[in-house]
Design a protein around this ligand. Structure first.
Ligand code: HEC
Ligand code: HEC
Length: 213
């Protein structure tokens, strides 16, 4: 009895620590995103692809880097932190940020820049908003729990994937967003025009989160 209680307490603590970790990581990235929008987007663009409003006016040899490229995918948060802090090439338009952005915030910023390359839609979309969208637009076929048991799917006699037991690992984030935007096969409607592109990301993040929930 006592042992069981200890086990349950430890399990609960682990679950709490894990969800807390995830929440912290997300809060950090959101802070990083705000910093990025304030300080970096003017050159690198909101999406980090390098086409910010100031970009075309720069007379330097190199344009603002595309931060979404594969090049940064293999870098660690520390690598990026160093690059951002003290970028120093004589002929470069990239400012040094060392004395502008406090050390603690630099880490959040670097995490955000990395999240631009690591295309995890769960970080870019808002699962909670996604859940509402799913309830409004998707349950008729995909079922209230995302298990594929929606009334419409039954009527149409289509075989659906149960998102709770099957991870969508064969579909990467870009494909996921494309399927939701453009539709798929005979019955999956495209939501372009009905959902804004941000909403598509939100609902995609929610769909990703369903596995083993
Ligand atoms: C005034 C325009 C400007 C601003 C503002 C700016 N950058 Fe840059 N950034 C550049 C340019 C230009 C380059 C390309 C540098 C080069 O190759 O000479 C660059 C390159 C980079 C690189 C790539 C370095 C490499 O070695 O590949 C990173 C990472 C980066 N910037 C991050 C940031 C972050 C984070 C911010 C905001 C804190 C920021 N930049 C703000 C212009 C800017
Ligand atoms: C009218 C029924 C219907 C509605 C409504 C619907 N879907 Fe689908 N969806 C389908 C069917 C059927 C498939 C399987 C398509 C295929 O593989 O041919 C599918 C496939 C998908 C896929 C690809 C992975 C898979 O399960 O095969 C995603 C992701 C998806 N739907 C998301 C959504 C989202 C998000 C919404 C709401 C915004 C939505 N669907 C609304 C019927 C529907």
């Amino acid at each position: 009895m006592f042992n069981k209680l200890i086990k349950i307490t430890i399990m609960a603590a682990l679950v709490a620590a894990f969800t807390c970790d995830q929440a912290m990581a997300k809060a950090n990235i959101l802070m990083g995103k705000r910093l990025f929008n304030s300080y970096c987007a003017v050159c690198h663009g909101n999406d980090g692809k390098g086409a910010g409003p100031l970009s075309a006016k720069l007379q330097t040899k190199n344009p603002p880097a595309d931060l979404t490229g594969d090049k940064y995918q293999s870098k660690s948060v520390d690598d990026l932190l160093k690059i951002i802090q003290g970028y120093s090439r004589a002929d470069s338009a990239m400012p040094k940020w060392e004395n502008v952005i406090p050390e603690g915030n630099m880490r959040a910023l670097s995490e955000y820049v990395l999240s631009l390359t690591q295309t995890d839609v769960r970080l870019r979309g808002d699962e909670r908003l996604g859940r509402e969208i799913f309830r409004l637009s998707c349950v008729a076929c995909h079922g209230p729990q995302g298990d594929g048991g929606g009334v419409l799917a039954k009527l149409l006699k289509v075989k659906m994937i149960n998102y709770k037991t099957k991870p969508l690992t064969s579909i990467n984030d870009d494909e996921l967003i494309k399927i939701i935007t453009k539709g798929k096969g005979e019955f999956m409607p495209g939501w372009e025009g009905t959902l804004a592109s941000e909403e598509v990301k939100d609902v995609a993040a929610y769909v990703r989160s369903l596995y083993k929930r």
